[in-house]
Design a protein around this ligand. Structure first.
Ligand code: HAM
Length: 434
């Protein structure tokens, strides 16, 4: 049997795709560095109970779980947040707070594969643990937006839709939703921008057990076009004024951080995961063609649930799948694999040894250098160098060996430079490297 394809929803990364992935990871790491976040990682396999009860039904239904050979119930990680909560909680006493950490795990969810949703993806996670103030919420969204900026996207390309579960909770209680149905109502509302109103009404009735009057009231909340109109309508509802003031402060800080134009209030954002407790957000492409690129928010009770240590926390996950589509759409992905620095052409058998020595010298000086691994004609070697897009070619024949000098040909311009063999690596100084 021959196998040529990967499992559905799993990707092969050929060099071209890996170059795009590395480009995205580099921007993520750079944004994290600029905001002072440190990188961490955890295991790809975790105990099943880390997710059951905590992450919410949707994600638990999608787990790649099994019993290991020691009889343990385990699962491939579907998200990073419970691992982060476990790790931060376990060393909470000794870690400097607020903890500012990031990671780029590969995650696994048995999803119905569709555009932007696969069964594995890489997800940039950035989280703050140990800070309850709204300045931390603004900082978290700002670092996410910084990464888009580094990748060449602007506020015209993406938008962060923000809400607050505390605000929604006050509004839903006011609409007549019983406290014990809030979670079910959130789960239905989370689907609001993806499914028709009729379907959501049905879910609110069946899954959250709500009556027609409460459902009508809920839809009235979402009919408000903006923050101002919602404020005018509900500011006298108990608990709502404080929530609106907090969100106002949050938008103000994001403005000061230079991201005001990237952010909009949208009470339909509740997030699919169960553990969020405060400000929540999702980032979408402005054209609305793709699934969410990024989602996150505050989860002040998860650390206690997971580790027994009570610490407020917040963060987000940004996936590579949708982001890559967005970058490809805007022609912002690198065009190919990075080209090598040198291709060394041996004219005859005796020069192959010289070429190897030269390659070693170049490599030790930090350049990339390749040569034909088998005896080949000069023409064939040039063709190979061209096809691989190598920047410079050096031909080594008996004359070059005798004179101790070679011509370095720049393949783009055709210009040649004569260089002594023993100073090859140094003569073309690092300044010339790209
Ligand atoms: P999430 O909304 O489930 O949040 O995922 C965050 C992002 O990961 C999504 O917006 C999407 O870009 C990407 N993503 C999720 N599932 C898939 C998939 N099947 N295929 C491709 N991309 C996907 C979380 O996971 C939270 N733990 C994030 C977080 C961190 N909240 C606080 N800290």
């Amino acid at each position: 049997m021959s196998i040529t394809t990967s499992l559905p929803g799993f990707r092969d990364f050929y060099p071209r795709e890996l170059a795009a992935r590395s480009h995205i990871f580099a921007a993520w790491r750079e944004a994290a560095r600029r905001f002072g976040f440190e990188e961490y990682d955890g295991p790809p396999l975790e105990p099943l109970e880390l997710y059951t009860d905590k992450s919410g039904d949707e994600i638990v239904r999608q787990l790649y779980n099994f019993e290991d050979k020691g009889g343990r119930a385990v699962t491939l990680r579907p998200e990073m947040t419970p691992t982060l909560a476990r790790m931060a909680g376990a060393r909470a006493g000794e870690l400097r707070k607020p903890i500012r950490w990031f990671s780029i795990p590969q995650l696994y969810r048995y999803e119905r594969t569709q555009r932007g949703r696969l069964r594995e993806h890489f997800q940039w996670n950035v989280d703050v643990v140990g800070e309850e103030g709204v300045a931390a919420d603004a900082e978290i969204l700002a670092v996410a937006l910084q990464s888009f900026q580094l990748l060449g996207l602007s506020a015209q390309d993406v938008v962060a839709r923000v809400s607050d579960r505390r605000l929604l909770e006050a509004l839903l209680l006011h609409a007549g939703v019983p406290a014990d149905r809030l979670m079910a109502a959130y789960a239905a509302i989370d689907k609001l921008s993806r499914e028709e109103e009729r379907v959501i009404r049905d879910r609110l009735a069946k899954e959250a057990g709500l009556g027609a009057a409460a459902i009508d009231q809920i839809f009235r909340i979402f009919a408000h076009p903006d923050f101002e109109s919602l404020t005018a309508a509900y500011r006298d509802v108990p608990g709502v004024a404080e929530e609106l003031a907090r969100l106002g402060e949050y938008f103000g800080i994001l403005g000061a951080l230079g991201f005001g134009a990237w952010v909009t209030f949208d009470p339909r954002i509740v997030r699919g995961l169960a553990y969020y407790t405060g400000i929540v957000f999702e980032v979408f492409d402005r054209k609305g063609e793709l699934r969410a690129v990024c989602g996150g928010g505050r989860y002040d009770q998860l650390l206690e649930q997971v580790s027994g240590v009570s610490l407020p926390a917040l963060g987000f996950g940004m996936g590579d799948v949708v982001l890559r589509e967005l970058l490809a759409d805007r022609e912002l992905l690198p065009s190919g694999e990075p080209a090598g620095d040198y291709y060394l052409v041996a004219v005859g058998e005796p020069e192959r040894r010289v070429v190897r020595e030269m390659a070693t010298r170049l490599r030790r000086a930090g350049w990339s250098a390749i040569y034909s691994l088998r005896a080949a004609g000069v023409k064939a070697q040039f063709k190979d160098a061209n096809a691989r897009g190598v920047r410079r070619v050096v031909v080594v024949g008996p004359d070059e060996v005798a004179s101790g000098q070679v011509a370095v040909r720049d393949m783009a311009s055709g210009a040649e430079e004569r260089v002594r063999i023993e100073s090859l690596g140094e003569a073309t100084a690092t300044a010339q490297r790209r």
